[in-house]
Write a protein that binds this ligand. Structure first.
Ligand code: G6P
Length: 625
């Protein structure tokens, strides 16, 4: 979703802004723009274009054609108003007295627009953002602070208090050369100190945009304002008081966010899954008295608290929700605690009764998904203990939850998540083993068996990747299909939901995931000659049932691809194609089963010639509701 970059320093701003925007491309966008202030002429140049960033690059000669050492840039994912050059950011008031870029949604923009129109302001776009720009202009005109700085901070503060919704803003004032302001509420912003040739300060929606210039960043918190110049970084609270915040050092490698020889980020990230799973698991599996044990001190849960848990509620969106469904199956099976998974966007408005003793596990790769963040706040408000499973260090969900269990998947760039989902599964398995052993719901021998299976899991995922050539061939054959059904039972149903989502996201083929036993209650009427059905059969207790389910669709003309770790002649006979999965503990089978499904979606999308890493209409980090 929209990305923001701002820079003030000793180098030409435009190439830095464009470079930063390039690194935010993964968030999804449909237009882009930059505003650069030339201190010598006091002119702010604004250049915007619909479509890919390359167009903006061409229009500005990679930024070389735009002169000035401070500016803001933006990639837009349309919410209010169609994707067009006019609606692209930056937006500005008359004579560009105030220029802003915005990520988020201004919910009360119509009310603000009406009020400003009554005061004689004219609007030129259909965006909600223009209302924020003109409101800030109005507040700035009315301020009479001691210094330009004080005027600006007070005007931003007044504007923030008036705006409803979510926003990260990057701001230029016409009469303040070489200064960039920023403010946030519920949309992420980091500010970094650049060294070397780009000496100065940079701000952005996400770390990859600043990594080429700095590793030392400050994460802005909600309702904070930042002011950057070449030499200074000042942060203010919403009361306009100066505050000091610690710099955090980013340890991950800039190369981790590069393609490294792969054709797409997605296929690179699929291959990084063994490492993501290993890095998430291994620091938390320790040896105690000669046997493996979990170390989840970071959850802050004492053994006594664990024993008192009455229910576990897993919450997330998209793939994170699907990981939560696996969490339900595994935690209920091992810890014998009643569990449920909720879509964050539903939980928010459902007014669900709170059961005392509920542990709420929030799952999010980005840690910034608007619905998940709102659900977290709601759960906290209702008195639940909250634990976040998050990939992005320092993100909003990580900071606001009572405790965090970080997944160590590294930066994930492709919009369709793969390695972060796998790392979430790993964290959820660990949590389930931890809760069950502390509640004495499993024996020491069972714990040892489970932890040994987890320790071997990265190797099994690697083995599953070995099938990629066969899957590619299969994908090429089916790339033109129209509908695909994924069927499975229990944990395999959750796995199917993730497989189906991957296919929809990047190949634009309609697909559905069905609990195999439910198909006969309606959807089986859609099966006809040649319909592709993917049957997941990793769960031994329902293996025979899956054989029947596959036979049912087969006899109606379906072409079946079966996934199973069990070498069974009956399955080989029932299905048209079989993908053998490496054997692992059945409770952890989603981790190996998902690999062929990801590869299938990937190769089908490639065969169809689609933009795998940046699928249409989708955004990596959904920071609006
Ligand atoms: C978007 C992404 C999905 C992701 C979901 C939740 O829709 O495209 O891949 O699963 O958001 O994101 P989160 O960052 O909260 O895991």
């Amino acid at each position: 979703m929209c990305g923001i970059v701002g820079y003030a320093g000793g180098a030409q701003a435009a190439p830095i802004l464009l470079h930063g925007l390039k690194k935010l491309e993964y968030r999804g966008y449909d237009s882009a723009g930059i505003a650069v202030r030339d201190a010598s002429s006091a002119h702010i140049e604004v250049i915007k274009a619909k479509g890919r960033l390359d167009r903006l690059m061409d229009m500005t000669g990679g930024g070389q054609a735009v002169c000035g050492m401070s500016g803001v840039g933006h990639t837009r994912w349309a919410t209010h108003g169609e994707p067009s050059a006019e609606n692209a950011h930056p937006h500005y008031s008359r004579e560009k007295r105030v220029v802003i870029v915005h990520n988020g949604i201004i919910e009360n923009y119509q009310e603000i627009r009406d009020m400003l129109e009554r005061r004689g302001y004219r609007f030129h776009t259909q965006t909600d953002t223009e209302a924020a720009a003109l409101l800030l202009d109005c507040a700035y005109a009315g301020e009479d602070g001691n210094s330009p700085q004080e005027r600006a901070v007070h005007a931003i503060r007044t504007t923030m208090l008036r705006l409803q919704g979510s926003y990260a803003l990057g701001i230029l004032f016409h009469d303040q050369p070489d200064v960039v302001y920023a403010a946030r509420r519920d949309s992420p912003l980091v500010v970094g100190r650049c060294t070397g040739e780009a000496h100065g300060h940079i701000l952005a929606s996400d770390v990859p945009a600043v990594l080429s210039y700095t590793r030392d960043v400050v994460y802005l918190d909600n309702m904070e304002i930042a002011r950057i110049t070449k030499d200074t970084l000042d942060i203010y609270s919403i009361d306009a008081e100066r505050i000091s915040k610690p710099m955090m050092h980013i340890t991950w490698d800039a190369q981790a966010a590069e393609k490294g020889g792969y054709e797409h980020f997605m296929i690179k990230e699929i291959h990084e899954q063994p490492a993501a799973v290993r890095d998430t698991l291994s620091p938390r599996i320790v040896s105690r008295n000669g046997a493996p044990d979990t170390d989840l001190t970071e959850t802050g849960l004492t053994d006594e608290e664990i024993r008192r848990i009455q229910r576990v509620l897993f919450v997330g969106c998209g793939s994170a929700y699907h990981a939560g469904l696996v969490g339900v199956g595994v935690t209920e099976a091992l810890a014998r605690i009643p569990c449920s998974a909720e879509l964050a966007s539903e939980l928010r408005y459902r007014n669900a009764p709170v059961q005392p003793g509920t542990l709420c596990v929030l799952i999010s790769q980005s840690g910034e998904t608007a619905d998940s963040l709102a659900a977290l706040r709601l759960c906290k408000e209702k008195g639940m203990k909250t634990l976040a499973i998050v990939n992005v260090v320092g993100s909003s969900i990580a900071r606001e939850a009572d405790a965090v269990l970080y997944t160590h998947a590294g930066p994930e760039i492709a919009v369709a998540t793969t390695k972060a989902y796998s790392a979430q599964l790993a964290a959820l398995y660990l949590l389930a083993v931890h809760l069950s052993s502390r509640r004495a719901a499993i024996s020491p021998a069972q714990k040892q068996e489970l932890l040994e299976a987890l320790t071997a899991l990265d190797g099994k995922i690697k083995q599953a990747l070995g099938e990629k050539t066969r899957i590619q061939r299969f994908a090429n054959t089916f790339a033109a299909c129209r509908d695909v059904f994924f069927i499975g039972r229990g944990l395999d149903h959750a796995l199917c939901m993730e497989g189906s989502l991957k296919l929809k996201e990047i190949s634009y083929i309609h697909s559905e995931a069905y609990a195999a036993g439910e198909l006969k209650h309606g959807a089986i009427s859609l099966i006809e000659d040649g319909t592709l059905v993917i049957g997941a059969a990793t769960q031994p207790q329902v293996f025979a049932k899956m054989l029947s389910g596959i036979a049912e669709v087969k006899s109606r003309g379906a072409c079946v691809l079966a996934l199973s770790a069990q070498a069974d002649d009956r399955l080989a006979e029932a299905a048209d194609f079989c993908i053998g999965l490496p054997g692992t503990h059945p409770l952890f089978a989603a981790s190996v089963g998902v690999v062929p499904l990801q590869l299938l979606a990937y190769y089908i999308a490639c065969e169809r010639g689609l933009d795998v890493d940046k699928p249409r209409n989708l955004a990596k980090s959904v920071t609006v509701e």
